[in-house]
Design a protein around this ligand. Structure first.
Ligand SMILES: Cc1cc2nc3c(=O)[nH]c(=O)nc-3n(C[C@H](O)[C@H](O)[C@H](O)COP(=O)(O)OP(=O)(O)OC[C@H]3O[C@@H](n4cnc5c(N)ncnc54)[C@H](O)[C@@H]3O)c2cc1C
Length: 294
């Protein structure tokens, strides 16, 4: 049995980097590492999702850097489809729920050190119609699969149209992916130019490249409403014009709330913490190095 146990909540980039770093510095007899991931995938490249949707790369397997089995071979006990629902700091343990076995009794796992790497949650602007069918967000591989399924369902249809809300880099990449599916694409953004984090010169180049792909851009425009037509297809209202099939590019904010500040996992997912105290709780990518004593 190992001298200490590290528990990691969240099995994607940050969580598994921390776990891998810790393993690099500590042998299994010194440190047991248990990681919990509530989703279906671990260590995957969200950055590649637009290229998978667009057909430039195969997926989702090609987007997975390391499988659960590969982590386990490196003595990281990664438990997929397992959600951490509570942190008990007093007793240094987390409560977990097996999402693959509904109705199963929750379990507790003790820790000496805890890394919280639960990522960001997408912002859903409170627009009327935001939850209409045909409106997609893009954060993880499940989102990518849902959009691909929808695109394939209308493949061969005449003049399909899509609207991307948000001209940040993900919106621009998704617009290009939709063009590759034969869509006429409009990108709507409040800013003056796409990718407003770039300087104006670079933004202009992106704009011109989008025009070159036939992507229509609507700048300095606010989306105020999404409506569904008689055939169940969503349309978008901005000013007096409407477009069909909006694809909402969710922006994200860190998965933090005042409860998270107290150490609770999962943001609004219902995490609960019993006591706030200065305990061995880490929430950044360097945690693995610190835990390894570097
Ligand atoms: C479409 C897209 C394109 C991107 N392109 C780029 C790019 O080109 N370059 C770039 O640098 N970045 C890009 N990013 C951003 C990058 O993917 C993120 O910065 C990165 O994924 C963050 O990693 P993370 O581990 O902090 O969080 P996440 O990847 O969000 O992982 C957090 C994990 O924690 C799990 N989790 C949450 N709560 C719990 C709980 N209570 N119990 C168990 N598990 C839980 C979640 O299921 C999730 O798997 C892109 C993102 C997207 C969506």
């Amino acid at each position: 049995m190992a001298a200490r146990r590290l528990v990691v909540i969240g099995g994607d980039a940050a969580g598994m980097s921390a776990a891998s770093q810790a393993r690099r510095f500590k042998e299994p007899d010194e440190l047991e590492i248990v990681a919990f991931e509530r989703g279906h995938f671990t260590s995957y490249s969200a950055c590649g999702i637009p290229y998978w949707v667009g057909g430039s790369v195969e997926g989702p397997d090609a987007l997975i850097a390391r499988t659960p089995e590969e982590h386990r071979e490196r003595s990281i006990d990664l438990r997929m489809r397992t959600e951490v629902t509570e942190i008990d700091l007093d007793r240094q343990r987390v409560r977990t729920r097996d999402l693959a076995a509904p109705g199963a009794t929750d379990a507790w796992t003790g820790f000496d050190d805890l890394v919280i790497a639960t990522g960001a949650r997408p912002i859903r602007p409170p627009l009327p119609g935001i939850d209409a069918p045909g409106v997609y967000g893009m954060q993880n591989l499940d989102d990518g699969q849902a959009l691909l399924d929808a695109l394939r369902a209308v493949e061969g249809g005449e003049h399909p149209r899509a609207v991307v809300v948000g001209a940040g880099y993900i919106g621009v990449e998704m617009a290009e992916a939709l063009v590759q599916h034969g869509y006429r694409v409009t990108v709507v953004d409040r800013a003056e130019q796409p990718m407003s984090t770039l300087d104006p010169y670079m933004g202009r180049l992106v704009y011109e490249a989008m025009c070159g792909l036939g992507i229509e851009t609507v700048r300095e425009a606010r989306v105020t409403e999404i409506r569904t037509d008689g055939e169940g297809r969503p349309g978008l209202r901005r000013g007096h014009r409407r477009r069909r099939v909006p694809r909402r590019n969710r922006r994200a904010r860190p998965r933090r709330t005042p409860r998270d500040d107290a150490g609770a996992p999962g943001g609004t997912a219902g995490g609960r913490v019993r006591r706030t105290a200065d305990r061995p709780v880490h929430a950044d990518a360097r945690a693995g190095q610190r835990l390894g004593g570097r």
